[in-house]
Design a protein around this ligand. Structure first.
Ligand code: DGJ
Length: 744
């Protein structure tokens, strides 16, 4: 890996064995020109031949020079207003109201490793020689501001992380109206844009569109990254597939309002930008202050979408998730939400926990409803005091009993919210987010606390700490069930209201930080009515996230498949729930429910005291199976094989890092009589190793399994005793294949 500078040419070439990223300093204007980003190319002493100039009908910076239009120069961090008419990466207003900026190259620095980002989640290095960071400092003399563009190149990952920071070095206040984390100009528009869209209970559905001229964006204005669009997009070449071809991924390590925008100009140049959403954003930058953007993680893959996903999985699993849980096996949990909703008492909880323990489950999670007068969703958020009618021995008493049973204890909180009939609201009515003299809209009968205020964050820390310091709690589910409306903070001046959304999410990060600092052993699972804040920012604090409130196995095929575009299995909260399923009413076999949930963190969410003996035995087997395989699932390489958005058959697999073991999930959504022949071609195996498939006890070389596939021929006798029926009976069937390398 190296960041190499062609000093005479003023060129920077960041390259490792997989990728190259090249830019230069423009001679006259000292701005930055982008030259190339993609597959690794050989280093040369000059890349001057990559400079593309043509005389075009346009406005030019310099008299007598007809090729100095920024509209026709690919840039690193463009501004608006001096010859480039496209949307810029930044906009700043100065004290005379001008929005023009002109940041000129001043200096560079190469740092070993990767600096942290003040107050923000970010990927990191464990050893300094894992990565190098290039920091380019640019200066706008008139504005009296510095711009620092950071590029971190990991040694052995096809990844560049970018962020930008603005420093006010002058005596006047300026206002930042937009500050993207990254901006890349590609020379053509031969791309399809892939992103993850959805809604509550149908998160991360894959959408793909061909790029056309104009702007296409995904974004959030909701105060959270949201389930509508995930802060991720990929540009794939039209011929790129799941496993072949060129794909560029962009993923923002941020949990608030974001914008990911692709602009194709009239010359087919494609500009991709990603960062905090400029809509409603305005940051006051007083003298001597710095504004730091979140980071954007850019992946280039020449092995299709799966190659991109694996790069994200590996980075996020090992260098975004932190703390004691990063490399540890995660406990198999049972959550009481779908089992009881708000209607439980200690006896019921203990009976669930006891049965769960008997079946091998390791952690009991007490969900919503344990505090205040919370008997439904109309009350009590903010009153984080135990409800003694439901739990007469308190949280501490319950935790003691769970300890006696021998099961760990997890607890649900929704710290960012308050209901009106609470002590918290009565004492601090001015802590909710609302605009003065306007209606405050409710969502699920609750209001959002103004986390941009330090005292709110501090107070919530004390309330949560009071519970945590007393009882033996090893897991917290941090929920967030509504978006922000009527954005405004009564602690910010009028000219700082544009800071509100960003300050809110910084407050959320602050509370996470304080809790993790004091309770490093607690495993956090973030949640936002399912996956409304499933983003890399959250993963920095919570190693796993509840993926969706939709626990139906068939719906989960799409949701988990989409989520896996960016996020590793170790982060994907997945539970076996009861049937008929509570969200869609579908009845699926318990094996299929488990076969889907295995490809995630795995747990249960049903009244386990109320299932048949046969089902209990199934649960016992599943738990034992997962315990044996969870390390492989957490740390293996994940391959998507058959796409639920395109076919009735779905398949995926995970392969251990040493390629000695693999687990393949295969799902058939609807049964079809006398259907086509089915085979699943596997990926990621060692072609020369001989693998035994556990269920069939047959052996196959890796090359056969990857080129011919597992032949799924199955013969069943139908009810009439005839032998022509080859289908497994019923819809929603599935098979799991466990492969192990054996001696030939
Ligand atoms: C939404 C979550 O996604 C559910 O799992 C559950 O915790 C409920 N909130 C509780 O209100």
């Amino acid at each position: 890996m190296t960041i190499t500078i062609n000093h005479e040419q003023n060129e920077f070439h960041l390259f490792n064995k997989d990728i190259s990223y090249i830019f230069r300093i423009l001679e006259k204007s000292n701005q930055l020109e982008h030259l190339y980003y993609g597959k690794r190319i050989k280093h040369r002493n000059s890349f001057a031949h990559l400079i593309e100039r043509e005389v075009r009908p346009s406005c030019n910076l310099f008299e007598g020079d007809y090729t100095s239009s920024l509209e026709h120069i690919k840039q690193e961090y463009p501004s608006f207003g001096t010859t480039d008419y496209r949307y810029p990466a930044h906009t700043i207003t100065n004290h005379i109201g001008s929005k023009l900026t002109n940041f000129k190259y001043e200096s560079y620095e190469i740092l070993k490793g990767k600096p942290t980002l003040e107050g923000l989640p970010a990927t990191y290095v464990a050893e300094l020689d894992e990565a190098e960071t290039l920091q380019i400092t640019l200066v706008d003399q008139l504005l009296n501001c510095k711009l620092i563009l950071s590029y971190t190149l990991y040694n052995d990952r096809p990844i560049i992380c970018r962020n930008a920071a603005f420093q006010n070095t002058g005596g006047e206040t300026v206002y930042i109206n937009s500050a993207m984390s990254t901006s890349v100009d590609f020379p053509d528009d031969e791309f399809e844009m892939l992103h993850l869209s959805g809604a509550w209970a149908r998160e991360t559905h894959i959408e793909t569109q061909k790029l056309t001229k104009g702007i296409r964006s995904i974004y959030s204005t909701r105060g959270a990254s949201s389930n509508v669009h995930n802060p991720f997009l990929a540009l794939k070449r039209p011929d790129a597939t799941e496993h072949f071809g060129s794909v560029y991924g962009f993923s923002l390590v941020y949990s608030g309002n974001f914008l990911a925008q692709v602009e194709v100009d009239t010359y087919n140049v494609t500009r991709v930008m990603m960062g905090i959403n400029p809509f409603q954003f305005k940051w006051k930058l007083s003298p001597n202050e710095t504004f730091q953007t979140p980071e954007c993680v850019m992946v280039y893959s020449d092995q299709g979408l799966n190659g991109m996903s694996q790069a994200y999985h590996d980075l996020y699993r090992n260098r975004l998730v932190r703390g004691v849980w990063r490399d540890q096996e995660r406990p198999i949990l049972i959550n009481n939400w779908e089992a009881t909703y708000f209607n439980f008492n200690e006896e019921k909880i203990l009976s669930i926990a006891e049965t769960a323990k008997q079946l091998g489950i390791e952690l009991f999670v007490l969900d919503d409803g344990w505090f205040g007068e919370r008997h439904d969703d109309t009350s009590s958020l903010g009153d984080w005091f135990v409800n003694k009618e439901k739990l007469p021995n308190g949280i501490k008493g319950l935790s003691n009993k769970l300890e006696e049973i021998g099961i760990k204890f997890g607890l649900w909180f929704e710290p960012e919210m308050v209901c009106k009939n609470t002590k918290l609201f009565k004492e601090h009515p001015d802590w909710i987010i609302k605009t003065p003299n306007r209606n405050a809209s409710h969502g699920r009968n609750q209001f959002v606390l103004d986390f941009s205020k330090d005292e709110v964050v501090e107070h919530l820390f004390i309330l949560m700490d009071n519970i945590l310091k007393d009882a033996n709690i090893s897991y917290i589910k941090w929920d967030m069930n509504r978006y922000i409306t009527e954005p405004y903070s009564n602690s910010l001046d009028a000219d700082q209201q544009g800071e509100f959304y960003h300050r809110y999410i910084l407050g959320v990060y602050k509370l996470y930080h304080k809790l993790i600092d004091k309770y490093p052993e607690i495993l956090f699972e973030s949640c936002a009515g399912g996956g409304a804040r499933f983003d890399p920012g959250m993963l920095y604090y919570s190693p796993q996230i509840w993926t969706s409130d939709d626990t139906d196995a068939v719906e989960r095929l799409k949701i988990q498949y989409g989520t896996s575009m960016v996020y590793p299995l170790s982060t994907i909260g997945s539970h076996v729930s009861e049937v008929p399923n509570h969200q869609v009413g579908r009845i699926t076999p318990i094996e299929t429910r488990a076969n889907v949930a295995y490809f995630g963190t795995f747990g249960y969410e049903l009244d386990i005291t109320n299932i048949t003996e046969q089902e209990k035995q199934a649960v016992k087997r599943q738990v034992a199976f997962f315990k044996e395989k969870r390390d492989l699932i957490r740390s293996g390489y994940f391959y998507r094989l058959l796409n639920p958005f395109e076919s009735n058959e779905v398949s995926w697999m995970t392969v251990s890092q040493d390629q000695n073991e693999a687990i393949v999930g295969y799902y058939k959504v609807l049964a079809k009589p006398n259907d086509k022949y089915d085979r699943i071609k596997l990926k990621g195996l060692d072609p020369d190793k001989l693998y035994e498939i556990e269920s069939t006890q047959t052996t196959h070389y890796g090359d056969e399994l990857m080129n011919i596939g597992i032949i799924l021929a199955e013969d069943f006798t139908n009810r009439a005793g005839e032998f022509w029926q080859r289908e497994k009976q019923g819809d929603f069937t599935s098979s799991l294949f466990v492969l192990r390398a054996v001696n030939p």
